[in-house]
Design a protein around this ligand. Structure first.
Ligand SMILES: C[S@@+](CC[C@H](N)C(=O)[O-])C[C@H]1O[C@@H](n2cnc3c(N)ncnc32)[C@H](O)[C@@H]1O
Length: 302
């Protein structure tokens, strides 16, 4: 296989999920794959399974992709993108058989609560991506995190407690798992099943897509801070020649600790450039800075 099996958020609109997974018997998401040990090893063992290994840290994702390439497997794609964006923007509804969350960052501080996978919005995204009967598998060394998952999922009709997997029988461990086991610590494992009768909507209900408002860009502020719901942003991207391309960012649609913002086509009179693409942008409201996801470089048509 030539090249790293690594794709970024910029690639998402061009990757055909059905085409990619056409020959797969089962489809798995390894959420926060880290260095990819688990996904790659599992893919090696079962060539009929397809693994999407998502990792948002670029350097880490590249190492996972190198691992997949060195293993010579074609049934793993490493995606360097925030899992939330992947779930919200790209994965078709009910397309996965299994989601594996191995040793997630626990984000113990209150101000980071929205980054935990137990965030209600994330749980809804997870439910949307799994088909009925699909499995969610958690491994963590943080007892409170396992408990928080159990409590949160018990309250949702989309989930029921699944049959505990015998991890030892899988015969595959993650890098973190090995570390904890070597220290004599005992990870917590838990499994849930997406219920058959669930009517979970394919998209988080709290987010509504709206048409871009017609605004005079000249009156818009620069996207230097966090805006409140309903406000609008303009973000400027300099190109290689130093020219500024403007992007009209739609109003803040959903607002929790993260806002989700629709970026839509807009005409900004800064060199007469149209931007013609659309993606979501996660704004970290707590950190008071904008995190433009990797696919936010505008594709420009003149
Ligand atoms: C503690 S490591 C565990 C790695 C691996 N699963 C293992 O068990 O060895 C958690 C990983 O999840 C990644 N991660 C955390 N939040 C993420 C998100 N929202 N999207 C994608 N990756 C994420 C981190 O960058 C980190 O590499």
């Amino acid at each position: 296989m030539s090249g790293l099996p690594l794709r970024g958020a910029r690639d998402l609109p061009h990757i055909d999920f059905d085409d990619l997974t056409r020959d797969a018997r089962t489809i798995h998401l390894d959420l926060g794959t880290g260095l990819g040990h688990f996904a790659v090893e599992m893919a090696v063992r079962d060539p009929e399974a397809y693994w999407i290994a998502v990792e948002h840290e670029g350097a880490v994702a590249r190492r996972a992709a190198r691992r997949a390439r060195n293993a010579g497997v074609a049934n793993v794609m490493v995606l360097c993108v925030d899992a939330r964006q992947l779930l919200y923007e790209w994965l078709p509804a009910q397309c996965l058989d299994h989601i594996w969350i191995n040793f997630p960052d626990p984000w113990p501080k209150d101000r980071h609560a929205d980054r935990r996978h137990t965030h209600p919005w994330m749980l809804q995204l997870l439910a949307s991506a799994l088909h009925p009967g699909g499995g969610l598998h958690l491994a963590t060394d943080v007892a409170e995190y396992a408990e928080a998952f159990a409590v949160a999922l018990a309250a949702l009709p989309e989930w029921k407690t699944g049959h505990d997997l015998e991890r030892a029988e899988l015969g595959v461990t993650t890098k973190y798992e090995r570390k904890w086991l070597a220290q004599g610590r005992h990870p917590h494992y838990a499994d849930w099943t997406r219920t058959q009768d669930s009517a979970a909507s394919p998209w988080p209900t709290s987010i509504e897509r709206q048409d871009a408002p017609s605004l005079d860009p000249a009156t818009l502020p620069l996207a230097t801070g966090v805006r409140r719901r309903g406000e609008h942003l303009l973000k400027l991207f300099p190109d290689r020649d130093g020219r500024q391309h403007g992007v009209l960012i739609d109003r803040v649609l959903g607002y929790d600790q993260h806002c989700v913002i629709d970026i839509t086509t807009g005409r900004i009179d800064l060199g007469g450039v149209w931007t013609t693409w659309k993606c979501e942008l996660f704004v970290d409201a707590q950190a008071e800075r904008n995190q433009i996801s990797a696919n936010s470089a505008p594709s420009v048509s003149r």
